[in-house]
Design a binder for this molecule. Structure first.
Ligand SMILES: C[S@@+](CC[C@H](N)C(=O)[O-])C[C@H]1O[C@@H](n2cnc3c(N)ncnc32)[C@H](O)[C@@H]1O
Length: 207
C-alpha cells in the first residue's frame, strides 16, 4: 500500500476547505472526548497536529487559557486560512499557526501535549511523527482519534468505512491500527474503539 501523498492532500483539502466544518460537525463529541484525554492545564503549550480549519482551537484555548500557548501545523493553505480567520475573529494572540507539512515544519517546542485529531496521513508518516515527537517534553501527553477499519466480523461495514475515509486521507495503509507507529514512540498508550469499531480514541505519554 502507498505512503501518504502531500500533493494529493493539498488538492483534496483545497476542495474540502469551505465545507469542512459542516462535514466534521458529527465528530465534535469525539473531538471533545479526545481533547479531554490531554488533561490540559492553564499555562501549558499544546500542539494541534494538522489543525485544519481550527475546529479544536476553541477547546484547546479554553483548556490552556490566556497564559497557555497553542501551536497548529497544517499542510493546506486553504484549511489554514480558515483557522487564521477564526483566531482573528476571536482576537486570540497565543495561537501560532504554521503552514507546511509536519515532515518539515519548524515546530516551536518543547510542548506539553499533542493532539492528533483525524490526522491519518500524518500518523502513517514516520518522518512526520519523528519531527513532531522531537518537539515534545519528556512525558508529554498525547491524544489521538480517527477512523479505523471495523473488526473482521463486521467486514461488510468496512466497504463503507473505506468509502468515507478515502476523501480525507491519501492512503488507506494502516487503517486497521492507525495508531501503531505513534504507539512505538510512547512510554504508555491506552485505546478504545468508538463508533461501533469504525473509530478509535487513544491516549498516552511520550517517553
Ligand atoms: C481530516 S483533516 C483534520 C483536520 C483537523 N485535525 C480536525 O480535527 O478538524 C486532515 C488534515 O490533515 C492535513 N494534512 C495532511 N497531511 C499533512 C501533513 N503531512 N502535514 C500537515 N498537515 C497535513 C490536511 O491538510 C487536513 O487539513
Amino acid at each position: 500500500m502507498s505512503a501518504p501523498d502531500p500533493q494529493l492532500a493539498l488538492a483534496r483539502y483545497r476542495a474540502h476547505a469551505a465545507g469542512y466544518d459542516a462535514s466534521a460537525a458529527r465528530t465534535m463529541p469525539l473531538r471533545r472526548r479526545t481533547i479531554a484525554k490531554l488533561a490540559l492545564q492553564p499555562g501549558e503549550t499544546v500542539l494541534d497536529v494538522a489543525c485544519g480549519t481550527g475546529l479544536s482551537l476553541p477547546l484547546l484555548r479554553e483548556a490552556v487559557g490566556e497564559d497557555g500557548r497553542i501551536v497548529g501545523v497544517e499542510l493546506s493553505p486553504d484549511m489554514l486560512a480558515l483557522a487564521r480567520a477564526r483566531c482573528a475573529r476571536e482576537g486570540w494572540r497565543n495561537v501560532t499557526l504554521i503552514e507546511g507539512a509536519c515532515e518539515a515544519a519548524a515546530i516551536p517546542g518543547p510542548v506539553d501535549a499533542v493532539l492528533f485529531n483525524y490526522t491519518h496521513d500524518v500518523l502513517r508518516s514516520p518522518a512526520a511523527l519523528a519531527r513532531i515527537l522531537a518537539a515534545t517534553r519528556p512525558g508529554a501527553r498525547v491524544a489521538v482519534a480517527g477512523m479505523k477499519l471495523a473488526p473482521w466480523w463486521l467486514a461488510p461495514v468496512n466497504v463503507l468505512v473505506r468509502a468515507q475515509a478515502r476523501p480525507y486521507m491519501t492512503t488507506l495503509e494502516g487503517l486497521r491500527s492507525p495508531w501503531d507507529l505513534l504507539e512505538g514512540h510512547l512510554a504508555s498508550f491506552a485505546r478504545e474503539s468508538v463508533l461501533f469499531g469504525t473509530g478509535y480514541i487513544g491516549w498516552g505519554r511520550v517517553r
